[in-house]
Design a protein around this ligand. Structure first.
Ligand SMILES: Nc1ncnc2c1ncn2[C@@H]1O[C@H](COP(=O)(O)OP(=O)(O)OP(=O)(O)O)[C@@H](O)[C@H]1O
Ligand SMILES: [Mg+2]
Length: 400
């Protein structure tokens, strides 16, 4: 609004030049104000658009997450929704159906469950599950006994990784997968970790039971990504612990859980088949239930080398006791040799537990040296526990 001083406007004393200058200044001021308002207006318009977008996003119905199961011949796909059941659905036009893979995570329309979007794969969940260790701390020195088994493992895992040219020169393919079998606590996991320590390979450990329990519906995808990860981080050792959890014999029981295990197993078999052993990657697995493993896993080209890990004999038991009592302070005249005779049938893990238990007994008595009596009490406690376990699980007694 122009407000002109009435007196000044009518006063004949006012020079027309002054009047003119004043008008120019006012015009400039208004124009600058106008520019300011215009920029304010465009800022508010942008903010309005942003808020409208935000409102639309907040009002959008939630999408359901699902996992791709299968591509059907008619172009539809079968998916497993995160709420449980499987569905056959269509895909939105902007989804490249050719690029979809079984195991992909997808966002689904809430009502029609049509696939709207392919979600990025979550590799970190795999890494969490797979426990990627750059280098385990266990070494060969931590293993009591098992020399023959260790030598075999070294020549089949270490050599192809460290000296692949040797295999080229001789012209043989190293075995593809190595399966360690033996009773619980005999040192299978320990062996695998020690071998990984001796090579500079990354060690990727995947625990079978976690694969099927923690990542329901995602086992197959995880197996696929695990092998991808092994390639990225090569040289690497893939170690599938508790293989029996994914590799149990396939039966006709149709529960969702079983189907899930089967799909994971199929993916694992597929990865093993499409895999060349000299590609800087070694595959190891361990199981304490070889009796229930699917034979398909043991076929040539898969886990074609089986190493049996036995319970320790007396010589090995003495070594294991020495390893685990190494940092304990024992009374000087305590004879581990005599102790060994009383540990018949115990596994490496039992012997370690025995040492810990004996140490605890000494601490309880507020002594700073562990005495024979502490081991005796520990032995008694462990024997009770072992016989209890035998009664609960009679099949345990069948292990060699
Ligand atoms: N031969 C061994 N020498 C030294 N320690 C051993 C030996 N065997 C087992 N142990 C001890 O027992 C612990 C458990 O062993 P490990 O996890 O390797 O057994 P496992 O065969 O993998 O058993 P599971 O079948 O239950 O998985 C090891 O961390 C180690 O402390
Ligand atoms: Mg183990």
């Amino acid at each position: 609004m122009v407000t002109v001083d009435d007196d000044a406007a009518v006063s004949p004393a006012v020079d027309t030049q002054d009047w003119h200058r004043w008008l120019m200044e006012e015009t400039e001021r208004f124009e600058s104000e106008k520019r300011q308002f215009e920029s304010e207006l465009s800022r508010l318009k942008r903010e309005n658009a942003h808020l409208k977008g935000e409102l639309a996003r907040l009002r959008a119905p939630p999408q359901v997450i699902g996992t791709v199961r299968d591509m059907l011949a008619d172009g539809r796909i079968s998916i497993k929704s995160s709420s449980g059941p499987d569905f056959v659905v269509h895909t939105s036009e902007n989804i490249d159906r050719e690029a979809l893979l079984a195991g992909d995570r997808v966002a689904l329309h809430r009502q029609t469950l049509a696939v709207l979007e392919v979600l990025p794969s979550v590799k970190d969940s795999l890494v969490m599950g797979a426990e990627v260790l750059e280098k385990p701390s266990e070494t060969y020195k931590d293993i009591g006994g098992l020399r023959k088994e260790l030598d075999e493992l070294r020549s089949t895992v270490e050599l192809p990784l460290l000296k692949p040219e040797l295999f080229d020169a001789v012209g043989v393919e190293p075995p593809k997968g190595i399966l360690l079998i033996g009773a619980p606590g005999t040192g299978k996991t320990l062996l695998a970790k020690a071998v990984a320590n001796a090579t500079d390979a990354s060690f990727i450990r995947l625990i079978g039971s976690e694969l099927v329990q923690k990542y329901i519906g995602e086992g197959a995808r995880l197996v696929r990504e695990l092998f991808q990860l092994a390639h990225e981080k090569s040289p690497s050792i893939i170690f599938i612990d508790e293989l029996d959890a994914v590799g149990a014999k396939r039966m006709d029981v149709g529960t969702t859980g079983d189907r899930e295990v089967q799909r994971t197993l199929m993916q694992l078999l597929g990865e093993l088949d499409g895999f060349t052993p000299r590609g800087d990657i070694a595959i190891m697995a361990a199981s304490n239930r070889p009796d229930i493993l699917d034979e398909a896993l043991l076929r040539p080209g898969r886990f074609d080398r089986v190493i049996r890990v036995p319970l320790p004999d007396s010589e090995a038991r003495l070594k294991i006791l020495k390893i685990h009592s190494h940092s304990m302070s024992l009374t000087r005249n305590l004879s581990l040799k005599k102790l060994v005779r009383k540990t018949e049938g115990m596994s490496g893990a039992d012997l370690r537990a025995l040492c810990v238990e004996a140490g605890m007994n000494a601490i309880q008595k507020e002594r700073d040296k562990v005495r024979a009596v502490d081991f005796q009490r520990a032995l008694k406690k462990m024997r009770n526990r072992l016989t209890e376990a035998d009664q609960k699980e009679p099949e345990q007694a069948l292990y060699s």
